[in-house]
Structures are given as C-alpha cells and as structure tokens.
Design a protein around this ligand. Structure first.
Ligand SMILES: Nc1ncnc2c1ncn2[C@@H]1O[C@H](COP(=O)(O)OP(=O)(O)OP(=O)(O)O)[C@@H](O)[C@H]1O
Length: 396
C-alpha cells in the first residue's frame, strides 16, 4: 500500500474556499494498471481520496502514470486491480457507459466532432439520455452562456469556425451537459496560446465557484496546478503519491528534494502565483458607455487626474481604453473594440497580470469580474509593490 492516502490538510482547512458543492467524493483503493508487456505497473497500488467539490491537480514527470490513473476513473482504461468508489459506492464493475454519465471528460482541443454544430456537440449526452429537443436546446444555451459564449452567435457554428480557446470552452460545456458531479480534465489547456490559456483558467475558476464540481485535472504546468488546484497531488513513477496537499503547503514545504525541484527555485516568485488580482487594490478609473458624449468623458477623466478612459459596451464590458487625446477627437464614444486591450479576470494571478502586460507592451491591465464587467485597472507599479510586500513577508 502507498503511504499517502488522504490530503495532508483536512477538508475543513481555511485554505480551501467554502463554496457550494455539487460534486461527490472519489476514493481509490489499491488501484493498479499493468499494461501487457511492461515490466513495471504504470500505476502501482494507489490509494487516494479526493474530497467532494474540490479541484485536485495531478502533476508529475512525463510517463509517471497521471493519465492512466485519470482514465481509470471513467474506465477509458480498465484497472488491473483495486477498487474505485464514487460517492461511497463501489463503481469498479459498473457499466462504463452508465458511469460516464456521472463523469464529464474534457481533453485537449475540446475533442469536438467536426461535422456537428456546437449545439449538436453539446447536446449529445442530453439527447442520449432521452431529453426532448426543447429541453436540450435550453440546456445548450444555458451552457454556452456559462462558458462565456453568446448562444445566438455560436450555437449553429461548426468547430472549424471557432478559435482554439472557443473550441475548448465548447468542450467544457459538452462535458457539463448532463450536470455530472465529477469532471475529469486531461491537459485541457495544453494546446492553446498562453493568453487564451490564462483566460480559460480564469473561466474554469469562475465556473467552479458557481458549480462546485469535483474536478480532477492533469497538467504539466506547476503554475497552472497552483492557480487552479484546491489541492495538488505530486506523483512519481508508477503514480506513487509523493505529496498531496494544498498549493500553499507544497510551496512552503516541498516533501522531498524531487518536489522542491519540481516546484522550482523561485519559491518567492511562486507566491505571486498564489496572489490573485482580486486580492490587490484595483484602481478605479473613469468609464464611458459607447455612444455617449465624448467631451463629457474627457472632462470627467481630466477632473479625476486620469489620462485615459475605459469604454464599456452595453453589457458593461470593457472594449477599449483610449487616451484623452484619442477620445477628444470623437464626438461620441466609439464602439470600436480594441483587440489588443490587455484584460485579466479578478481570479487571475499577479503572474498572469504581468504576462498580459508584457505581451501587450502596456503598463497595466484592465480587470474584469462577473460576466466580464469592469472591476478596475491594475498598474504594473501595484504588482511590483505586491511583489515587494510578498518578499518582505517571506523574508520574515
Ligand atoms: N496503452 C499503453 N500500453 C502500454 N504502455 C502504456 C500505455 N499507455 C501508457 N503506457 C505506459 O505507462 C506509463 C504511464 O503513462 P501515462 O501516459 O499514464 O503517464 P503520464 O504521467 O500521463 O505521462 P505524460 O505526462 O507524458 O502524459 C508510461 O511508461 C507509458 O509508456
């Protein structure tokens, strides 16, 4: 038997946010996978308990057995031994099709069927469950809205007409269609560019806050694990559990040298990954709605001592941040969307905010909260001040 079964930090620990829970607990007892022709088992006698409603991240070196272990949970791979319990019920021998209705599955690039529209892709499981067309259609629209895609625009599109990030959102919507308590995610954001990846991570955090599923997520990226995980499992070869704890606890005291190497030398900077944009005081700036009087907006910003205005669309979402000189040339506030506007969500990390600023060559980012509405602006100086504070705290 492996030594570590339950997370070091109990579920009641304050480090884990309190939220609504719709997920169920998963328990693995001595789960093993021996592939034919291999000397050693890919997964060797693993005991693991995943608490209901938490996001648990699987990290570890390539080939250590993360994916094999994940796929045994929904029996895409049959275990060679051991038992798997879902919500206290032994599901090891349950019909895999039935099991998969309780377990959503998200893979890289969404895994969408190319010849089906977005709505058909998302509605697959509900239709299989015998839902009628109107109920399925309502659910599809609800899910598109949940993952941040306008149903009217996207429901009839084909996957090839979507960006990588949009396809991934549809993949998440599809996995959630039948409202499964458990979501398995196998490097879902591995194939998208860094900026899109960051937004998808933010979206997942927001969705999880609303839904409280049990999420098991495989990643190669330790920063991603720290950002998304309530807890992290660090595996070694044979899916040996080296450490299972909250991100803070792992960063503060890595269990073995191997984990310390994996966490990286810059542990102070890693603390930046633990600080969310929403934890830092944001600058409140002058805003102007599209179509309103430009001169009035310029005057308001000038009176507040600011040299730019954030323009909001009809749903309160920021679309551009013209300087006063630029805005002064218009009579009404223009509806032009600035594709380079650097935006992060309140759940983004300070690391993400810095990356976004660097990518856009800007000295700040616009921050959005619920439904992408403006929350404020974060300047590079504020990030630097937070880094200094965090360094001072770590230095004691
Ligand atoms: N179908 C298979 N047949 C035989 N061996 C396999 C099979 N799938 C995986 N393996 C082996 O099992 C071990 C664990 O693989 P697995 O893909 O689970 O690891 P992983 O940690 O997810 O790796 P990565 O991070 O590279 O995706 C590896 O040695 C791999 O070569």
């Amino acid at each position: 038997m492996s030594e570590t079964t339950t997370p070091e930090t109990p579920a009641s620990d304050a480090a884990v946010p309190q939220r609504r829970v719709s997920g169920v607990a998963i328990r693995l007892d001595g789960v093993t996978k021996h592939y034919p022709g291999q000397d050693r088992p890919a997964v060797d006698d693993v005991d693991l308990e995943i608490p209901a409603g938490e996001t648990v991240m699987f990290v570890g070196p390539s080939g250590c057995g993360k994916t094999t272990l994940l796929k045994m949970l929904n029996r895409l791979i049959e275990p060679s031994g051991g038992r798997i319990h879902l919500d206290g019920e032994d599901v090891t021998d349950q019909d895999p099709d039935k099991l998969r209705r309780r377990i959503g599955y998200v893979i890289q690039a969404g895994g969408l069927f190319p010849h089906m529209t977005v709505a058909t892709n998302i509605g697959l499981v509900p239709r299989m469950l015998g839902w009628d067309k109107p109920r399925t259609a309502t659910r599809v629209d609800e899910l598109l809205d949940l993952v941040g895609l306008d149903p009217a625009v996207y429901r009839d599109r084909y996957p090839r007409e979507l960006s990588g990030g949009q396809q991934q959102r549809v993949g998440v919507a599809r996995a959630l269609a039948a409202d499964p308590p458990v979501l398995l995610m196998d490097e879902p954001f591995g194939a998208v560019d860094p900026v899109t990846r960051l937004r998808l991570q933010d979206e997942l955090l927001r969705i999880q806050e609303e839904l409280g599923k049990t999420i098991v997520f495989v990643t190669h990226d330790f920063d991603e694990a720290v950002k998304l995980g309530d807890r992290i499992v660090v595996f070694d070869i044979g899916a040996r559990v080296v450490q299972y704890d909250t991100p803070d606890a792992i960063l503060a005291s890595p269990a073995e040298e191997y984990v310390a190497d994996f966490v990286g030398a810059g542990a102070t900077l890693k603390q930046l990954t633990l600080t969310r944009v929403g934890d830092v005081e944001l600058e409140q700036v002058t805003t102007a709605a599209v179509g309103t009087d430009a001169a009035a907006a310029v005057a308001a910003a000038r009176a507040a001592g600011q040299d730019f205005v954030v323009v909001l669309d009809e749903r309160g979402r920021p679309i551009s941040w013209p300087t006063l000189a630029e805005l002064g040339r218009a009579t009404t506030v223009p509806a032009t969307v600035d594709p380079r506007l650097p935006v992060v969500g309140v759940r983004s990390t300070l690391n993400d905010a810095l990356d976004t600023m660097l990518a856009a060559s800007q000295g700040g980012v616009v921050v959005t909260g619920r439904r992408e509405a403006l929350a404020g602006v974060l300047k590079v100086e504020a990030v630097m001040a937070a880094i200094r504070r965090s360094r001072a705290e770590v230095a004691g």
